[in-house]
Design a protein around this ligand. Sequence first.
Ligand code: ATP
Length: 594
Amino acid sequence: MIWLRVSGLFWRLSPLRVTAFTVVSVLLALIPAAQIGLVAAAVQGVADAVTGDPDAGRTALLAGGALLGVGLVNHVLGTFLQYLDTLLRLELTARVGEWVMRKGTRLDLEQYEDAEIYDTMQRAFQESSGGRVYQVFTQLLEVARELVTLATVSIVLFTWSPWIALVILLSPVPSVISYMFFSHKAYEIEYERAPDRRRLYYYQHLTTTDHTYKEVRLFQLGPHLLERYTRLVRTFFDVDRRLARRQSVLGGVLGLVSVAASSGAVLWAIHTTTEAGQVGQLAGYLQAVGSIQVSAHGMLLGIAALYKDSLFLGNLFAFFALPERRLKGGTRPFPDTLRKGIEFRDVRFVYPGTGRVVLDGVSFTLPAGECVALVGQNGAGKTTLVKLLTRLYEPTSGQILVDDVPIEEYDLDDLQRHMGVIFQDFIRYELPVRDNIGFGRVEAREDTARIAEAARAGGASAIVDELPQGHDTVLGRHFEDGHQLSGGQWQKIALSRAFMRRAPVVVLDEPTAAIDAEAEAEIFSRLRDVARGATSLVIAHRFSTVRMADRIVVLENGRVIEDGVHQDLLRADGVYARLFRIQASGYLTEAASS
Ligand SMILES: Nc1ncnc2c1ncn2[C@@H]1O[C@H](COP(=O)(O)OP(=O)(O)OP(=O)(O)O)[C@@H](O)[C@H]1O
C-alpha cells in the first residue's frame, strides 16, 4: 500500500501538476503504436509505388508527414513532462525534509533514547532527501505508461502473429523474478545493518569533526578508529560482493533466455513476411518487436524496482507513524509565580526497557522562591530527577506536585514554557549570540535589552561586549566569520539562555562546572536576584556553590539520604559533612602549604 500512500503524498503536494503529469505520460505512451502503424503504411506505400501503384506514393507521403507530426508532438510533450518532473521533484525534496523535521520535534525523549526506535529514525533519515519517494512516484507512472504502450502495440502485433507476440511479451519474466528476489535480499541485509551503519557514521564523525579532533589526535585514536571503520566496511563489502556475484550469475543466465527469445522472434518475423512479400508489415514488425520488448522489460523492471523502493520507503512511513507525544498534560495553566513550591513524593523511576531502579522513593520539597542544591555521586539519579520535573519522562510511581497540584494536571507546553532549564550537555548553537541567548525565549529574540539583561545574569556581558559584532556575532567555527568561545564562556552563554526565559522555576544541571571560581561565586551570590524570585534547583559538585543554597538535598543510589541547610548538615556529620570536608581540606592544605 506504499504506492497508494506515495500517490496520496503527491496529490497533496499539487493536484494540478500531478494530473498534468499523468495525462502527458499517458499521451506519450500512445505514440509508439501510432509510429508503428505509420512506419508500416509509409514503407508499404513506397514498395507499392515502386511496383506501379499510382496512389501509393501519395499515401506514403501522407504517412511520412503524419510521422513527422507525431515526432513533433512527442518532442513537445516530452519537454513539458521534463519540466513538470523537475518542479515536482524540487517541491517534494523540500517537503519531505520538512515533514521529517516536524515529526522529529513531536517525539518523546524516551523514543530518542530507545535504540530500536532510534534505528527506525536513522533508516528514515536516509530517505529524508525525498529521492526515493519521487522515484516510486515516477516508477508508478512509468509502469502505467509502459502498460498503455504495451497494450496498444500488442494489438498491432497480435493481429500479425499472436505466438511471436506472446514469446516476446513473456521473455523478460525470468530475469525480473531474479531481480525481485535479489532486491528483497539486499533490503534484508540493509535492514539488519542499521546499527552497524550507525557505528560506521559514528567512527566517521569522531575523525572528521572539530570538537572531537583534539582528543582523537592526542590519544592517537585515528588509526584505531580507521581500522574499526575499515573492518566494518570490509564486512559489508564481503556480504555485498557475494550477493552481487550470485545476482550476476543467475541474472546473466536468465537474461540469455530473454535474448534468445527475442532474437528467435525477429528471425521468425523475417521468415513469415518475406514469404508473403509484406515489406511494410516487416518494417512495422521490426519496430514493434523492439518497442514491445523495451516496454515489457521496462514495465516488469519498474514493478521490481517499485517493490524494492517500497520496502525502503516503508522505513520512512514507519517513522511518520511513530506515536507522537504520548506524554500528555492536563488543561491547567502553570502558575506565573509559585505559591507553595514543588514536592517530590515517594518518586520511583525505572527507565523504560531496563530493570534498574534509578530513583527509589525520593521525597523532598523545593519551597517557593528558594534555591535547593542537589548533590550526590555520579549516577545517583540527579539528572533523572530533572527529566521528571520537566516532564520529559513520567515517574514509574509516586507523584510530583506543584503548589499541591499533581504535575500532570498542568498543560504540558505551558509547564515547559515556565521552566528555565540548562542541562549538563547544553547545546552550543553555531549561530549568533542573539540566538544563543534569545532561544531561551524565542519570541523575544529581537528584544536586545532583554538579551543584554540575561547576559548580565549569566555573567556573559563582558564576553558579548568584546565580540566584533556584539549580539550578532556568530559563535562557533562551523560557519563563516564564526567566533569560537572557551568552554566556560559557552557555559555562561548557556546560563544566560536559562535566565532569558524569566521562568518561575529555574533548573541548572551543573551550570558552572567550566566556569572559574570567581565568576561562579558572583553568579550564585546573585542567583536570587537574577532568577527574579524563582524557585530553583541547582545540581553541583562544587561545594562552594552548594553551600550558597537555601537547602541541600543529598541523593545516594536513588534515595534522599540527607536534607537540610548547610550548617545543620555539617553538624549532623553525615555524608554531606564528609564530602564538604574533603573538598575544603583540599583547598586548605594547598593554601597552608603555599
Ligand atoms: N536514558 C537512559 N536509559 C537508561 N538508563 C539511564 C538513562 N539515563 C541515565 N540512566 C541511568 O540512570 C542512572 C542515573 O543517571 P543520572 O544521569 O540521573 O545520574 P546523575 O546523578 O545526574 O549523574 P552525574 O553526576 O554523573 O551527572 C545512571 O545509572 C544511568 O546509567
